[in-house]
Design a protein around this ligand. Structure first.
Ligand code: SAH
Ligand code: SF4
Ligand code: F3S
Length: 444
């Protein structure tokens, strides 16, 4: 009797942290069915691309990568190629050019069906499943930690989004918002801690609206956070992303109360102009946003605040742009992800508004935003000179095997000479020098 050859799969992931977390779910589902994860694309029998649709550029990168996969398949016609994630969901089978190449197309809620889809491919069919679900949370799946440093890990606590910001494709690719059973989240955090992990990041498109109802009790996000922080003071907790409209005082107080809840809040503002915020359907004003920033600064001294900004959205005037720059200064963001508006098919903005800010103006406004943020980030780093932070060691610095790198509670990277401590342990580091992206220090 000949034994069936174990098929090896390779996953490449694009997009947000949630997509990386999904790849770990996919790896778990396939491993449980007898497939084997491999880290070398050229050894794989099955290649999976977990994709992102957030901006046109994200999809272009995937299309380019598929060209390369086409050449691999020419050499090895038995290779199975699958498209997963948001782009699979958005384009479904409309990737005409790739139609002959792709054996599998699976959306974010279809990963349990991957083994079945792979079976159809073996019998000569194409496996397609892009049905979105109202209740899939993969709560019972134990993610296989891919590419892990053994210190920090992601935990998805909810899926989908129903905010329908007018520019955003996510509600269409990820479907209805749903929260995961808190007990399963707590179990996962506990298991990670027992395996030696010391930092978990709770993930959702809008973690502040996390809600789980059972009988008469409701667990909201602050309560969930508190329960995870209570597991062990040596386990750090982070979370992303917070929608400003749902950031409550209750949450701010919980963050302030527990030393192991990290003092870093990512609070995407998108624009500093009320006209644009309204058009984006963000459901808060510039004044309300700044009020939340003040509440954070008052209750949580030393808290880092980061943001996302989109420039050049429909009808954005020079005055709107100036208001964004002003808000950035007033909020004094420690860090920002900045993007040019990219029209996405299906969204409210694509259907109702004109993408009418010329490319060169988007370019120039983005440049101004990036320059200002560089100044703000540099000022933020200089404020840390001479300060001492508790740092969780993550591993060896890329630049030198004599140095470690790790993060402080504010999520800033610190580099420092190695000590007898190991990755996964905490160290107090005094900041001696700063560069644009890193704090350089020494153990005290
Ligand atoms: N759920 C998160 C954001 C997820 S997407 C939130 O609401 O905060 C990450 C970021 O991508 C967004 O915050 C936004 O700044 C940016 N983005 C989303 N759609 C975009 C588009 N069509 N063009 C440019 N940037 C976009
Ligand atoms: Fe997109 Fe808005 Fe949902 Fe964030 S909150 S994922 S920007 S629709
Ligand atoms: Fe991209 Fe989907 Fe995340 S569109 S940003 S991978 S939710």
């Amino acid at each position: 009797m000949t034994e069936k050859k174990i098929r090896k799969f390779y996953i490449e992931t694009y997009g947000c942290q949630m997509n990386f977390s999904d790849s770990e779910i996919v790896a778990s589902i396939l491993s449980d069915e007898g497939f084997e994860a491999c880290l070398d694309l050229h050894e794989a029998d099955i290649v999976l691309l977990n994709t992102c649709s957030i901006r046109e550029h994200a999809e272009d990168r995937v299309r380019k990568r598929l060209h390369y996969f086409r050449s691999l398949k020419k050499k090895n016609p038995g290779l199975t190629i699958g498209l997963l994630g948001c782009m699979a969901e958005r384009t479904k089978i409309a990737l005409i050019e790739e139609e002959q190449l792709l054996d599998i197309i699976a959306g974010p809620d279809s990963y349990r069906h991957l083994p079945g889809l792979l079976e159809s491919v073996e019998s000569g069919q194409r496996g397609i499943d892009t049905i979105l679900s109202a209740d899939e949370t993969y709560a019972d799946i134990h993610p296989v930690r891919l590419d892990s440093n053994g210190v920090s890990a992601f935990i998805s606590i909810m899926r989908g989004c129903e905010n329908f910001c007018s520019y955003c494709v996510v509600p269409y690719t990820r479907g209805q918002e749903r929260s995961r059973d808190p007990e399963s989240v707590i179990r996962e955090a506990k298991d990670l801690f027992l395996q030696g992990f010391r930092e978990v990041t709770l993930l959702g498109q809008n973690v502040n609206s996390y809600e789980w109802k059972e009988g008469n009790t409701t667990v909201n996000f602050p309560l969930l956070l508190e329960r995870i922080a209570g597991l062990d003071p040596r386990l750090r907790v982070r979370f992303a992303t917070s929608h400003p409209k749902d950031l409550s005082l209750e949450l701010i107080e919980i963050i302030a109360k527990y030393p192991n809840i990290c003092k870093a809040i990512h609070l995407p503002v998108q624009s500093g102009s009320n006209a644009l915020l309204d058009k984006m359907n963000r459901k808060y004003t510039r004044e309300e946003y700044l009020e939340k920033i003040r509440a954070i600064r008052n209750c949580i001294p030393g808290c880092a605040i980061s943001t996302d900004i989109i420039t050049g959205f429909c009808d954005e005037t020079e005055e709107d742009h100036q208001q964004t720059l002003e808000l950035m200064k007033e909020a004094a963001f420690d860090f920002a992800f900045t993007f040019k508006y990219s029209e996405r098919p299906q969204t409210i903005a694509a259907e109702q508004y004109d993408d009418n800010v010329p490319a060169e103006i988007k370019e120039r406004r983005l440049r101004e935003i990036i320059e200002l943020q560089q100044e703000l980030s540099s000022a933020s780093n200089h404020r840390d000179l001479g300060e001492t932070f508790e740092v969780l060691i993550e591993g060896e610095s890329k630049r030198s095997d004599k140095q470690y790198f790790g993060r402080n509670s504010q999520n800033k990277v610190l580099v420092f000479p190695k000590t007898s401590q190991k990755p996964g342990e905490y160290l107090k580091i005094n900041v001696k020098r700063v560069t644009s992206a890193t704090l350089i220090g020494e153990a005290v």
